[in-house]
Design a protein around this ligand. Structure first.
Ligand code: NAP
Length: 253
C-alpha cells in the first residue's frame, strides 16, 4: 500500500498512539505534519520520519486557528486527518470540575470538529480524503469515574457518524477507532491514579487495567496505528461511519 504523494495531519503525533500512527503513515510514503504542545517530542518524530512539526495547544480555539494558519502554504491540502490528541482525566462525578469537563470536550471533540470543518471541504474538492478519529471504547460504552472523558469520546463517535452520513456521496471517508487500554503515558498515568486512590501497588493497578481486556493485556500503539493505516487505503473506501473497537474483545459492537 502506498500513500506516496499524500499528506497527513496527525494531532498529538509526538508520542504514544499518535507517534505510532505518524510512523506508520510515513513508512507508507505519506508526508506527515505533526502537532502537540511539547516541541521536543514532535520535532524528534518529525526529524525521524522527515515530517513537519507544528506546535499547537488544541484545547484552545486560538491553538486550532494557529495550527490551520501554520499549515504549509496555508492552502496546502491535507489528504488524511487523524484527530488523535486527547486527554483522559478521571474523577467521581462530584469531583469532576467544570474545568475538567470543558477541557475534555474542547480537546477530545471540539478540536476535531474544527479541524474537520476546515480541512474536509478541500478533500471533497480534491476528490479524495480520509478522516480517522481516535476515540476510545469509552466512546461506545460507559465506565465509572470518567464522565467527562466518556462524554467527549461518545461525542467524537457521534461527530464521526454525522459526518459520515453527510459525506457518504463524496470521496471522503470518516471513521473512528476505539482502543481499549494501550501502553502509553496515558495508561501509565491511569495506573498511578488507580494505585494512589485504591492504595494498591502500581503492578496491581496495571494488572487491573490488563484484566479489563478479555486478552488480559494492554495493546501496543502500533496495533492501533495498523488499523488507522488500513483505513487510509484506497481499498478501504467502503469502510465509512464506523467506530471500530481495538480492544481484545472488550466491547463487542
Ligand atoms: P499520550 O501518550 O498521553 O498522548 C497524547 C497526545 O495528545 C500527546 O501527543 C499530547 O502531546 C497530545 N495532547 C494532549 N493535550 C494536548 C493539547 N491540549 N493540545 C495538543 N495536543 C495535546 O496518550 P495516548 O494514549 O497516545 O492517547 C492518544 C489518543 O488515544 C487520545 O485521544 C486518547 O484518548 C486515545 N486513547 C488512548 C487509550 C490508552 O489506553 N492509552 C485508550 C483509548 C483511547 P502534548 O502533551 O505535547 O500536547
Amino acid at each position: 500500500m502506498s500513500l506516496r504523494g499524500k499528506t497527513a495531519l496527525v494531532t498529538g503525533g509526538g508520542r504514544g498512539i499518535g507517534r505510532a500512527i505518524a510512523e506508520h503513515l510515513a513508512a507508507a510514503g505519506a508526508r506527515v505534519v505533526l502537532t502537540g504542545r511539547t516541541l521536543g517530542e514532535i520535532e524528534e518524530v518529525a526529524g525521524k520520519i522527515g515530517g513537519l512539526a507544528i506546535r499547537a495547544d488544541l484545547a484552545e480555539r486560538a491553538g486550532v486557528e494557529g495550527l490551520l494558519a501554520a499549515l504549509p502554504g496555508h492552502a496546502e491540502r491535507i489528504d488524511m486527518l487523524v484527530n488523535n490528541a486527547g486527554l483522559a482525566d478521571s474523577a467521581p462525578l462530584a469531583r469532576t470540575t467544570n474545568t475538567m469537563w470543558d477541557t475534555a470536550l474542547a480537546l477530545n471533540v471540539t478540536a476535531a470538529f474544527e479541524l474537520c470543518r476546515a480541512l474536509v471541504p478541500p478533500m471533497v474538492a480534491a476528490g479524495w480524503g480520509r478522516v480517522v478519529n481516535v476515540a476510545s471504547n469509552a466512546g461506545i460504552s460507559g465506565y465509572s469515574y470518567t464522565s467527562a472523558y466518556c462524554a467527549s469520546k461518545h461525542a467524537l463517535v457521534g461527530l464521526t457518524r454525522a459526518l459520515a452520513a453527510e459525506l457518504a456521496r463524496t470521496p471522503v471517508t470518516v471513521n473512528a477507532v476505539c482502543p481499549g487500554w494501550v501502553d502509553t503515558r496515558m495508561s501509565d498515568e491511569a495506573t498511578r491514579r488507580i494505585a494512589d486512590t485504591t492504595k494498591r501497588s502500581t503492578e496491581e493497578a496495571r494488572a487491573a487495567l490488563e484484566r479489563m481486556s478479555p486478552q488480559r493485556r494492554l495493546l501496543a500503539p502500533a496495533e492501533v496505528a495498523h488499523v488507522v493505516l488500513m483505513l487510509c487505503a484506497d481499498e478501504a473506501r467502503g469502510v465509512h461511519g464506523q467506530a471500530i473497537p481495538i480492544d481484545g474483545g472488550q466491547v463487542m459492537a
